[in-house]
Design a protein around this ligand. Structure first.
Ligand code: PHE
Length: 350
């Protein structure tokens, strides 16, 4: 018994002195003196020892108990004092507040803006809420054209105007073409880059009902397809990299004639269509990726903007910002909707 008491005494003193917090210290104290603590249990065993030994052992146990209680209180005071005297180490690096950054679509818009402003394009941003006239009528769409269906365009429940027709959410940035001609008082040269929000009723992995387009419009004397092609090549090299090339593929739009789809060489197989190991490239169609629409401005569109189509010609192109950004190699986004669901865990990766 005597030995047991002294083992507990040594052990408890050591544990007390190693403590760094009052919570820890209290817990250790209870391990010995709580209802089922080891010291308490030892005292309960007193009834099993011969009566003649009890006074001596009892005295010893009481002494040790007092000693441990004193050690406990002293240690507790020491910890509390140390905490209040804690010095400030000014050399420890501070906690930096979390830093945000621009949304990836905003970053893409700024880059596109910068690339075109370097070759003299003026950045504009035309309306999200438009009239039929600017979105369709002035752009040579016949009255019964399917783009005016409810499942292609969002119409606003408002009274139509005789001159401008129905109110709608602009389905493409081409609605800025005639607006820009008007802003310029129908006097070329015009070099516009219109980057704005567009709306179409689509919701799937590659479409969101709101998206962005950038629309280029150049009108001047003597503008021809080579200017369009040169501008496309310039943009492709600036935005995607110097090794990229473009091609124009015949297509149809109401407001351009001739019309083209612009393709760019694939960034993975570099336009070859096959990978170095001879496998077919999975990212493109035979070496090419589709960027978006373009063409020479239709004479009817120039006329709608009160520009003489006999004197002036122009080219236009209109592409999706999200799509163009996604095509930049390295960004493999499998669902466009992620861009607009505002999940910070997704957005902060870029
Ligand atoms: N507005 C067309 C679209 O949204 C793209 C386009 C713009 C085509 C300019 C030709 C010229 O698909």
């Amino acid at each position: 018994m005597e030995r047991q008491i002294s083992i507990l005494q040594q052990e408890a003193l050591l544990k007390f002195s190693n403590c760094t917090s009052t919570a820890e210290l209290e817990q250790i104290f209870l391990q010995y003196f709580g209802a089922s603590g080891s010291f308490t249990r030892l005292l309960k065993d007193f009834k099993n020892i011969p009566e003649n030994q009890r006074p001596k052992l009892g005295k010893l146990a009481n002494m040790v108990k007092k000693e441990l209680e004193t050690a406990y209180s002293l240690k507790k005071e020491k910890i509390i004092k140390a905490q209040s005297e804690e010095t400030i180490d000014v050399t420890i690096p501070g906690n930096e507040p979390p830093m945000g950054h621009l949304h990836i679509v905003t970053q893409a818009i700024e880059e596109i803006d910068r690339i075109f402003s370097q070759i003299g394009f003026t950045r504009v941003r035309y309306r999200e809420i438009e009239w039929d006239w600017y979105s369709f009528g002035s752009l040579n769409f016949p009255p019964d054209h399917p783009a005016r269906d409810d499942f292609e365009t969002f119409f606003i429940d408002a009274a139509p105007l005789p001159k401008y027709g129905r109110m709608l959410l602009s389905p493409h940035t081409s609605s800025g073409q005639v607006r820009e001609m008007e802003r310029m008082h129908s006097r070329p040269p015009i070099r516009m880059i219109n980057i704005a929000k567009c709306y179409r009723p689509n919701w799937d992995i590659s479409h969101t009902p709101m998206f962005h387009q950038f629309e280029g419009l150049v009108v001047d004397e003597g503008i021809n397809i080579t200017h369009l092609k040169g501008t496309m090549d310039y943009f492709a090299k600036q935005y995607f990299g110097p090794e990229r090339k473009t091609r124009l593929r015949p297509f149809h739009f109401q407001f351009t004639e001739p019309s083209f789809e612009v393709d760019i060489t694939c960034g993975v197989c570099l336009g070859k269509g096959t990978l170095p190991d001879g496998q077919k490239c999975k990212y493109c169609k035979e070496g090419w990726l589709e960027l978006g629409g373009s063409g020479m401005v239709h004479p009817n569109v120039l006329a709608a903007g009160k520009i003489d189509p006999k004197k002036y010609t122009g080219f236009a192109f209109g592409w999706g910002v999200e799509r163009t950004y996604m095509m930049k190699s390295g960004t493999k986004l499998d669902d466009n909707r992620l861009l607009y669901t505002n999940d910070i865990r997704f957005l902060e990766q870029f």
